[in-house]
Design a binder for this molecule. Structure first.
Ligand SMILES: N[C@@H](CCC(=O)N[C@@H](CS)C(=O)NCC(=O)O)C(=O)O
Length: 203
C-alpha cells in the first residue's frame, strides 16, 4: 500500500514535501491527492481535523499534519538522513531552517491578509511581515555559504521553496536586491528537477 499525500498545487508547505519526495526518490511510494482545504472532502477531515495541507497518511494509517513533521518523517525513513549532522551543526541547521520557514509563514500571512477587501487591509501587520521577511532574508544571505547545492536537506528545501514563493506571490518585495549570493544559490537550486516538477500553476 502506498502512502498518501493530501496537498494542493499552490501551497508552498505542500511544495516543501513534494520537493523532498523527489529529492529522496520516494515518488513511487506516495500517491498525491490534490484537495482544496477550504472545501475539504470528509476523508481528509477525518485524517486531519485542522484541514490543512500538506497531510501525509503513512502506510500504517497515521496522519502526519505538518510539513516539518512530514519532512522529518520522510528523511528519517530514508537512511536516517535527518541525522546528517550532530552537535552544533545540527542546531545550526535547525536554526537556519526555522529562518526559512519563518519567511514562508510571514509571506503566507501577508498573502492571506491581502485576500481581504483592500479597504480593511491592516497595513501595520503587512509592514511587520515584510520587515520580518527582509531581516530573515538578510540572515540567510549572510549564511548562504552553508546552503548545500547538492544533496539538499530540510534547510535547503525550506529556503528554496520560501524564495520561490516570494517570486510567486510577493514579487514586489524584490528579495534579490543586494542579496547576490542568495540569488545565485537560488538560481541553481531552482533548476533542480524536484523544483521544476513542483512548480505551481499560474494564478
Ligand atoms: N505549519 C503548516 C502550515 C500548513 C498550512 O497553513 N497550509 C495551508 C495551505 S498553504 C492550508 O492548508 N490552509 C487551509 C486553512 O488554513 O484552512 C505546515 O508547515 O504544513
Amino acid at each position: 500500500m502506498k502512502m498518501k499525500l493530501y496537498c494542493n498545487l499552490t501551497s508552498p508547505y505542500a511544495r516543501k514535501v513534494r520537493v523532498a519526495i523527489q529529492e529522496l526518490g520516494l515518488a513511487e511510494r506516495i500517491e498525491e491527492a490534490v484537495i482544496d482545504p477550504l472545501n475539504p472532502p470528509p476523508e481528509f477531515l477525518a485524517a486531519n481535523p485542522l484541514s490543512r495541507v500538506p497531510t501525509l497518511m503513512t502506510e500504517r494509517g497515521t496522519a502526519l499534519p505538518d510539513s516539518r513533521i512530514i519532512l522529518d518523517y520522510l528523511m528519517q525513513r530514508k537512511a536516517g538522513l535527518i541525522a546528517r549532522w550532530r552537535g552544533t551543526r545540527h542546531w545550526e541547521d535547525l536554526r537556519r531552517t526555522q529562518m526559512a520557514d519563518g519567511i514562508l509563514d510571514a509571506a503566507v500571512a501577508s498573502v492571506m491578509e491581502k485576500r481581504r477587501p483592500e479597504s480593511i487591509h491592516y497595513t501595520p501587520f503587512l509592514d511587520r511581515q515584510s520587515a520580518v521577511i527582509h531581516r530573515a532574508l538578510d540572515a540567510l544571505q549572510a549564511e548562504t555559504g552553508h546552503l548545500a547545492q547538492t544533496t539538499p536537506g530540510r534547510c535547503e528545501i525550506s529556503s528554496g521553496v520560501a524564495l520561490a514563493y516570494l517570486d510567486f506571490r510577493l514579487p514586489y518585495l524584490e528579495w534579490r536586491k543586494n542579496r547576490d549570493a542568495l540569488a545565485d544559490w537560488f538560481a541553481a537550486f531552482a533548476q533542480r528537477p524536484s523544483m521544476q516538477k513542483t512548480q505551481p500553476p499560474a494564478g
